[in-house]
Design a protein. Structure first.
Length: 468
């Protein structure tokens, strides 16, 4: 395990675009979560290309990472009524995520104990789970309910024919499972998330729009594209004028049981790549226009000063978004209202904090193919302070070649995601085509520190399984 090197440059700032840490220091409203810095730094390492395409390594990950880790599988709002259920697939594993009581959830094996038929293929509801092949039936708690012609199955007994289960716990409106029935509590894996996320940042939210996208890339390299802002200069050049990519702050917390990392990328300031001559007032104005795009016809005020432009954009969002959503943001910081505050919980859960970009991500291996994965994206909004919880939007299914732009509700973010997704198959093709079997990725010491920590955790998980 490494330690932070005080001599290492942690970002690149300009006169026009300060470091994220400096912006936090200047903000009198800055929340405690923003002021807490990471405590972990992985030793510098190179990562073999082969671990992104090797079937043997993927099988090892399934046994020692996916079968041994807490992973977010759904939001409670996805299955609001008793008996509501949906499948969760990770690789070839599949579970039925079901609301088995008013405040109770279970993760049941998604295979009939008769001849193995898959029991749940999409959202379903009802008082029981019935096999579509021969009508074997289970209650919502996994107990056996009925076997047609039971006289012909003398070996079948109620106690021995419950549907097997994974461990289930909830936090922040999310349902988590761990296939390892001997795993420690979810609390151990959440790390600093409960300290940083209050009710409005997690459970008091609803899914406004979202999608589930198949990608031609290994689950690790696909999510690594979101671990850093280093790619913005080439992949998202259109946002450099108001996105402080080089000024991003990266933090990692790792206590041996959990790994949480974070990046905070400032908005309404120009990228450090544009130099000291970049305009602070243009950055604020462009940011204002970007935030106004989801609301056609909304009045967009001018920015009075480059020095105060970022604060003006934040205040405009406090007033306009607060009025639209019925939420009081008066005590929230500029960063809360503007910035990309992106958290990550090992191995695949990405909750974002604040209203700057209120997204969540999940990544899962796709079937048994190490060259493909699935990404789920949700844009969430806060439940109104004095109103009922709006219904959750159903995630739109996108196949490998369907662009996110086919989901117009994603707005400007559809373009950003499509740009990101254009890289993923190219990376995978390059990884697989490399002639040297020992070829390695070379990672930046600071801007890609979260990727180094991620692989460090994978290595520890695999090593723990070796010695178990």
């Amino acid at each position: 395990m490494g330690v932070y090197d005080a001599k290492m440059q942690q970002g690149f700032a300009t006169v026009a675009g300060p470091l994220m840490a400096d912006l936090i220091t200047r903000d009198p409203r800055a929340e405690p979560a923003l002021k807490q810095e990471g405590t972990f730094f992985a030793d510098s390492k190179k990562v073999k290309f082969s671990r992104y395409y090797s079937k043997e390594f993927a099988d090892l990950e399934m046994e020692r990472v996916w079968k041994k880790s807490w992973q977010a599988v759904a939001r409670e709002e996805d299955i609001p009524e008793v008996g509501d259920r949906k499948p969760y697939d990770v690789g070839m594993l599949s579970y039925i995520i079901i609301r088995s009581g008013p405040n109770e959830f279970r993760a049941l094996q998604n295979a009939c104990l008769h001849r193995g038929t898959r029991l749940c293929n999409n959202f379903m509801a009802g008082e029981s789970i019935k096999c579509p092949f021969h009508a074997w039936e289970w209650n919502t708690d996994g107990s056996l309910k009925n076997v047609p012609s039971r006289w012909d199955f003398p070996v079948v007994n109620d106690a021995g024919y419950r549907l097997p289960e994974a461990k289930v716990e909830t936090w922040g409106g999310w349902i988590f499972i761990n296939p390892d029935v001997n795993a420690g509590p979810l609390e151990d894996a959440l790390g600093v998330l409960p300290q940083h996320f209050g009710p409005r940042e997690s459970e008091q939210r609803f899914t406004a729009v979202g999608f589930r996208k198949k990608l031609r890339g290994n689950w690790k390299q696909a999510q690594e594209a979101f671990h850093e802002a280093y790619h913005v200069i080439e992949t998202h050049t259109q946002i450099l004028g108001y996105n402080g990519d080089t000024q991003t702050q990266y933090d990692i917390w790792d206590d041996g049981k959990s790994q949480i990392s974070r990046s905070i990328t400032p908005s309404a300031v120009p990228s450090g790549h544009l130099g000291d001559e970049a305009s602070m007032i243009v950055a604020a104005e462009e940011s204002m226009k970007m935030f106004a795009m989801p609301f056609p016809g909304i009045e967009v005020p001018g920015v009075t000063s480059g020095e105060t432009g970022r604060a003006e954009v934040a205040e405009w969002r406090r007033q306009t978004v607060g009025a639209m959503l019925g939420v009081d943001f008066s005590e929230n910081s500029d960063s809360y209202m503007l910035d990309a505050n992106q958290y990550y919980m090992f191995p695949n859960f990405w909750p974002w904090w604040g209203e700057g970009l209120p997204l969540t991500y999940q990544f899962m291996p796709y079937k048994d193919d190490p060259n493909c994965c699935v990404m789920e994206v949700r844009l969430t909004l806060p439940v109104p302070d004095n109103g009922p919880r709006p219904p959750a939007a159903e995630l739109v299914e996108l196949d490998f070649d369907q662009p996110v732009s086919s989901v117009p509700e994603m707005g400007i973010m559809a373009t950003i995601f499509d740009q990101d997704f254009s890289n993923i198959p190219l990376v995978q093709m390059g990884l697989v085509s490399t002639a040297n079997p020992e070829a390695e990725a070379t990672l930046g010491r600071y801007q890609e520190s979260r990727i180094q920590a991620f692989h460090d955790m994978i290595d520890r998980k695999i090593a723990a399984g070796t010695h178990a």
